[in-house]
Design a protein around this ligand. Structure first.
Ligand code: ADP
Length: 625
C-alpha cells in the first residue's frame, strides 16, 4: 500500500520559532557547530538502526555498512549530510523537526535577554541541535525514508527557517536521511574541501562510523573517508588528547562549552565495562526538573542501546554526562531488564565512586574549576548528603559554604577549611539556618559566637534544612544549630551556666513568661547575644522555623509549636523592661521585644496590625512619660 500525500505547509511550534531566531543571532560566532550537530544526529540515527536491527535484521536491507556521506557543491552552494540510519516516517519528521518535545522549553526561552553572550551560554545549557543549520543556510531540505518502509513512503521537508515548513511525499531510494543546506552567500567557506575536511575530522573522529567527504562537481572522484571511525571511549586513554575528549563531550551533550573534567576508565575482571563521565561546564537547563531525561548513554559491546540510562548513577549526579559500554549485559537489555540486572548495583556504586573521586580530584587540583562547578551544579550534591548514606563523608567534603569567615557571598569554604580555623577546645561545627544570606548575616544568633571568634556556616538554600538532618559527624565533630536548644560554646573562664543565669533573673523571666505565655514556650537568659536585646530559638525536638515555613507553604498541616525567647540581660532595652513599673508598658515592651526577635529571624508576624498598634502606643506612652 502506498500512502503518498499532498504537499502541506505547516507552522513551527512557537518555541521553535523563538529558538531559531535566537540561534541565528547568538551562535553566529560559533556557526561551524551546525556541522557537529548534523553529524551527531546522523550518527545517532545509525546507532538507532543498528539497535533495531538486532531484533529485525531485515531493516538493514542489503546495505548493512552504516556510514555518513557529506557532499558539497560549490556551484549550487549546497552542503549535504546523508546517513543510512533509521530515517523518519512522516509523523516522526513533523514531530521532530517542527516541535521541541522537551518540557520546560518555554520557561527556558523566557530567560533569554537579547544579549548575545548571555544567550549563547544559555543555549549551551539547552543543547543546540538540528535547527543550528539555519545559522548558515537560508533554506534546508530534509529527505528521509524510515528503515522498513518502501521507497515511495519517503518524505521531503523544506523550510527557510522563518515560521513554517512544508512536507510532501517523495520517492526515496536510499534508507536514512539526507539533510541538504542551501548555504547563505556569506557562508562559502563551508564549500572548501580543506576547511570541510578539517572540521569534519574534528567533529567526527571519535564516532564509530565512517564519515566520507565528496565534491559533487567531481564526478570521477571517489568519496574520501575523513575520520578514523573508532568510538572514542574504546581507545586507550594515553592516545586521546584533551581536545578530543572535549569535542566528544560536546558531541554527546550538544553543549558548546568545554566540560570541566572527565574520567575515562576500563574495568576488567568479573565485570567488564568502559565508562567515560564528564562534568559539564554549565548546568543543563532542566537540572531542576526531576522528570527530565537524564543518565548515561548505554552501549553493549559498542552497540548503542539507549540514551538516558538512568540506573547507572544516583539522581543527585544527574548533571553528569557520559557513556557506559558494557561487555556483560545482554544486547537485548531493556530498561526493565536493566533494573533487575545483578550487574547493575555493582556498576552503579563503582560509577558513583568514580564520579565523586573525579569531583574530589577537581576540588584538589583546580579550585577555580571546582568553584565553577559548585556554582552550576553544587546544590545537587546536597541532595546526595540526604540520599546517599554510603558516600556521605565524601559528599560532605565536597560541600561548599558561605561562613561568617567568608569575604564574599560566594559559597567557597569547605568543612576542612572550617575545621582548620577551629579555636582551641571547639568540638562542634556551628551552623545557622536562615531564609536568605542577608538575614543570616545579621542574625542575633551569631553575636556571642562571633565575639568568641567561633565561625558559623550560614545555610540559606532551600534544601539546607533537610540536609542538616543528615549531617551526622564530620571528622569526629558533631554539628550544632546555633538557633536551637541550649548553645554549648567552649567554656570561657568564670562563665556562668544557663541555669545559674536563669536563677539570678527568675522574677523578670517569670513576669515576661506570664505576658507571653501564648506565644513562647519559655523565656531564658541568653548566652548567644551581644548587641541585640533578644532572639528566638527552637527546642531540640522541634522543626526548624525554615523547614516549618516551607512545609506550611506546601500546604501541610503541622502541630503548633512555640519558640523559646532568649533575652540579653545586659541590653539597655532589657534593663528598661526590668525597671518598668507600669504593667501596660511592661506588657507592650515584652511583646515588642518578641516581635523584633521574630522579625530578625525572618519570620512573619501572625498579627502585624497588633504589632504596629503596640509599637505606636508604646512610643507615645514613653514620650508622655
Ligand atoms: P536532538 O538531536 O538533541 O534530539 P535535534 O533538533 O537535533 O535534537 O533533532 C530532533 C530529533 O530529530 C532527533 O531527536 C531525532 O529523533 C530526529 N533526527 C534529527 N536528525 C535525524 C537523522 N539524521 N536521522 C533520523 N532522525 C533524526
Amino acid at each position: 500500500m502506498s500512502d503518498t500525500f499532498e504537499r502541506e505547509t505547516l507552522g513551527f511550534q512557537t518555541e521553535v520559532k523563538q529558538l531559531l531566531q535566537l540561534m541565528i543571532r547568538s551562535l553566529y560566532s560559533n556557526k561551524e557547530i551546525f556541522l557537529r550537530e548534523l553529524i551527531s544526529n546522523a550518527s545517532d540515527a545509525a546507532d538507532k538502526l543498528r539497535f533495531e536491527a538486532l531484533a529485525s535484521p531485515e531493516l538493514l536491507e542489503d546495505d548493512p555498512d552504516l556510514r555518513i556521506n557529506i557532499t558539497f557543491n560549490a556551484k549550487d552552494k549546497t552542503l549535504a549530510v546523508a546517513d543510512n540510519g533509521i530515517g523518519m516516517s512522516r509523523d516522526e519528521l513533523i514531530a521532530n523537526l517542527g516541535t521541541i518535545a522537551r518540557s520546560g522549553t518555554a520557561e527556558f526561552l523566557e530567560k533569554m535577554s537579547g544579549d548575545e553572550k548571555h544567550d549563547a551560554s544559555l543555549i549551551g545549557q539547552f543543547g543546540v541541535g538540528f535547527y543550528s543549520a539555519f545559522i548558515v543556510a537560508d533554506k534546508v531540505e530534509v529527505e528521509t525514508r524510515r528503515a522498513g518502509l518502501t521507497a515511495d513512503q519517503g518524505v521531503r521537508w523544506t523550510s527557510a527557517g522563518e515560521g513554517e515548513f512544508t512536507v510532501e511525499s517523495a520517492e526515496i531510494e536510499n534508507r536514512g536521511t539526507t539533510v541538504t543546506l542551501h548555504l547563505k552567500d556569506s557562508e562559502t567557506e563551508f564549500l572548501e574541501s580543506f576547511r570541510l575536511e578539517s572540521l569534519i575530522r574534528k567533529y567526527s573522529d571519535h564516532i564509530g562510523f565512517s564519515v566520507l567527504l565528496k565534491n559533487a562537481e567531481e564526478d570521477k572522484e571517489e568519496a574520501k573517508t575523513v575520520n578514523s571511525a573508532t568510538a572514542l571511549w574504546t581507545r586507550s586513554r594515553s592516545d586521546i588528547s584533551d581536545d578530543e575528549y572535549k569535542e566528544f563531550y560536546k558531541y554527546l551533550s550538544h553543549d558548546f562549552v568545554d566540560p570541566l573534567g572527565w574520567s575515562h576508565n576500563r574495568v576488567e575482571g568479573k565485570r567488564e565495562y568502559v565508562s567515560l563521565l564528564f562534568i559539564p561546564g554549565t548546568a543543563p537547563f532542566d537540572l531542576w526538573n526531576r522528570e527530565a531525561p537524564k543518565g548515561l548513554k548505554l552501549y553493549v559491546q559498542r552497540v548503542f542501546i539507549m540514551d538516558d540510562a538512568e540506573n547507572f548513577l544516583p539522581l543527585y549526579l544527574r548533571f553528569i554526562k557520559g557513556v557506559v559500554d558494557s561487555a556483560d549485559l545482554p544486547l537485548n537489555v531493556s530498561r526493565e531488564i536493566l533494573q533487575h540486572s545483578p550487574h547493575l548495583d555493582a556498576m552503579r556504586s563503582a560509577l558513583t565512586r568514580r564520579a565523586l573521586d573525579m569531583l574530589r580530584g577537581m576540588a584538589k587540583d583546580s579550585a577555580d574549576n571546582y568553584a565553577k562547578f559548585w556554582q552550576e551544579c553544587g546544590q545537587t550534591l546536597k541532595e546526595g548528603v540526604v540520599e546517599d548514606q554510603e558516600n556521605r563523608d565524601k559528599l560532605m567534603s565536597l560541600l561548599r559554604f558561605t561562613t561568617t569567615h567568608s569575604e564574599s557571598d560566594k559559597q567557597d569554604q569547605s568543612l576542612q577549611d572550617y575545621l582548620s580555623r577551629a579555636v582551641d577546645g571547639q568540638d562542634k561545627i556551628y551552623y545557622l539556618l536562615s531564609d536568605s544570606l542577608a538575614t543570616a548575616k545579621s542574625s542575633p544568633h551569631l553575636e556571642q559566637l562571633q565575639a568568641k571568634g567561633l565561625e558559623v556556616l550560614l545555610l540559606h538554600d532551600r534544601i539546607d534544612p533537610w540536609m542538616v538532618d543528615h549531617f551526622g559527624e564530620f571528622e569526629g565533630k558533631s554539628f550544632q544549630d546555633v538557633g536551637r536548644g541550649q548553645l554549648a560554646l567552649p567554656e570561657g573562664d568564670g562563665e556562668m551556666t544557663q541555669e545559674a543565669m536563669n536563677d539570678e533573673n527568675k522574677p523578670l523571666l517569670k513576669k515576661i513568661k506570664r505576658i507571653l505565655k501564648d506565644r513562647v514556650e519559655a523565656v531564658n537568659v541568653s548566652q548567644r547575644l551581644v548587641d541585640s536585646p533578644a532572639c528566638v530559638v527552637t527546642t531540640e525536638q522541634d522543626l526548624t522555623p525554615q523547614l516549618r515555613r516551607m512545609l506550611e507553604a506546601s500546604g501541610q498541616q503541622l502541630p503548633e509549636s512555640k519558640p523559646i525567647l532568649e533575652i540579653n540581660i545586659e541590653h539597655p532595652l532589657v534593663t528598661r523592661l526590668s525597671a518598668e513599673t507600669n504593667d501596660k508598658r511592661f506588657g507592650d515592651l515584652s511583646n515588642i521585644v518578641l516581635d523584633h526577635a521574630l522579625l530578625a529571624e525572618g519570620a512573619q508576624l501572625e498579627n502585624p496590625a497588633d504589632y504596629v498598634q503596640r509599637m505606636n502606643r508604646y512610643l507615645l506612652d514613653i514620650e508622655a512619660g
